[in-house]
Write a protein that binds this ligand. Structure first.
Ligand code: UGA
Length: 440
């Protein structure tokens, strides 16, 4: 099928490259000429494991090409994905302006029959709005333009796997043209075992919000339990293992730590709460989830203060700056939220990340960025694990003891075992792993 993808961010590029991989002819479109030129050379503008390879391979076979100007590609396209950003407005509500502008800009070049796909996490009713925009722009194609909602469930860092082997594909549509086109488009994935779930459009849109909010809720539940465990002298890891052994609950997304970040959960949760309010339903649970998430960073900060007392003359090493491992994305990263708090208190903060150092530095210029774990640790009074990159699991503990000015570790991702760390001579603060007391 002939596919056009408008927007080459995380979602757009993964969508374009995966659809080209399963045999469609895909054109990725972006108004950023520099980005398009780089993509034409096979260069991915951000780090996502496996994506660069996919872009190169599909580029070589000619299945994936890139354009700044979409008019030519839109002529005769079967499917057009809109993968533009929906950033938060000051109120927390999602701004849907880019979606409307994208729909208006593609409308003149469309030829029917064509299905326009809305991919973002958006309020229920958005696909319907787009449908009206397209129809008003192209009354001549009234019955030949359909809009469907196909929310993505891509995780950064595992995006290629999620795009090529999605556990589920959610399609919200209203007409046979919408459903049939999407079945045809995803047929290779469905044949390969992905489950297709078909609903109406508002249901698909609401379901995406419901999924992200529920995952965030699980994380905050674990973090609230961590606060309780610290007070009760219990171990949150064991508590969530017990919970997870019940299949009705499940173990996933119950890792307590510095909390969730990224460009999805924090903003989607706020937008969902705003949407609920606009629909006349107060959903305070969502506000509590966000509050507990903010508390997680504060809890790590309190431990650092507990260990170091005054921060003005202290150097603090942060291991991990991205919002999660296997990405260079630092948007709403809990590591940077913690760094900001520490800098405000006058500490010197030095961070190391396998991939996200440069992005972190441009987001937070006051942060020193080290080029290795050793450089970050050397002379630091405390080391804080902020992101659970695999590299940190195999930390050389003896070397860490030698390099640190004081052997203090605040483990914001529970990478290490408290008893082992104490046996190694560290003053160790886990997250929710028994009570902690003031360092000597
Ligand atoms: C999330 C969803 O998982 C995807 O399904 C969804 O498509 C995507 O948002 C989106 O809406 O675009 P992502 O933001 O890439 O994906 O990251 P997750 O893997 O969900 O992790 C989110 C955050 O939660 C990270 O900061 C991670 O460190 C944190 N987390 C995760 C925890 O603190 N504890 C856990 O147990 C799990």
């Amino acid at each position: 099928m002939r596919v056009v993808v408008i927007g080459t961010g995380h979602v757009g590029l993964l969508t374009a490259a995966s659809l080209a991989t399963i045999g469609h002819d895909v054109v990725g479109v972006d108004s950023d000429e520099e980005k398009i030129n780089a993509l034409r050379q096979g260069t991915c503008p951000f780090f996502e494991p496996g994506l660069q390879d996919l872009i190169e391979r599909t580029g070589k076979t000619g299945r994936l090409t890139f354009e700044v100007e979409p008019a030519e590609a839109l002529k005769g396209a079967d499917v057009v994905f809109i993968c533009v950003g929906t950033p938060a407005r000051a109120s927390g509500e999602a701004s849907l302006l880019a979606l409307e502008l994208a729909a208006r800009s593609i409308a003149p070049a469309l030829t029917g029959p064509v299905v326009v796909v809305e991919k973002s996490t958006v309020p229920a009713g958005t696909a319907d709005r787009l449908w009206h925009v397209l129809r008003s722009e192209r009354p001549d194609l009234m019955d030949e333009i359909e809009v469907v909602s196909n929310p993505e469930f891509l995780r950064e860092g595992q995006g290629v796997e999620d795009a090529l082997h999605p556990g589920r594909i959610l399609v919200g549509a209203r007409s046979p043209l919408g459903f049939e086109t999407m079945r045809r488009l995803f047929e290779p994935l469905i044949r390969d075992g992905s489950r297709l779930i078909e609903t109406d459009m508002p249901t698909a849109e609401l379901a995406k919000h419901a999924c992200n909010a529920f995952l965030a809720l699980k994380i905050s539940y674990a973090n609230a339990l961590a606060r309780l465990c610290e007070r009760a002298g219990a171990d949150v890891k064991a508590v969530v293992d017990v919970m997870g052994s019940d299949p009705r609950i499940g173990r996933a997304f119950l890792d307590a730590g510095l909390g969730y970040g990224g460009f999805c959960f924090p903003k989607d949760l706020q937008a969902f709460e705003r949407l609920a309010a606009q629909l006349g339903y107060d959903f305070p649970l969502l506000r509590q989830v966000a509050r507990i998430n903010d508390e997680a960073v504060q809890a790590a900060f309190d431990k650092i203060k507990d260990a170091l007392w005054n921060l003005e003359d202290k150097r603090i090493a942060l291991l991990g700056l991205s919002f999660k491992p296997d990405t260079d994305d630092v948007r709403f990263s809990p590591a940077l939220a913690l760094a900001r708090r520490l800098l405000e208190e006058g500490a010197t903060v030095v961070g190391y990340d396998p991939r996200a150092g440069a992005n972190a530095k441009s987001e937070l210029p006051g942060l020193e960025v080290a080029s290795s774990v050793d450089d970050a640790m050397e002379g630091s009074h405390c080391m804080v694990v902020c992101t659970d990159w695999d590299e940190f699991r195999s930390l050389d503990l003896r070397r860490a003891r030698e390099l640190l000015a004081r052997p203090i570790i605040v483990d914001g991702r529970n990478l290490f075992e408290p008893t082992e760390m104490r046996a190694e001579g560290f003053i160790y603060y886990g997250t929710g792993r028994g009570s902690y007391s003031s360092a000597p």
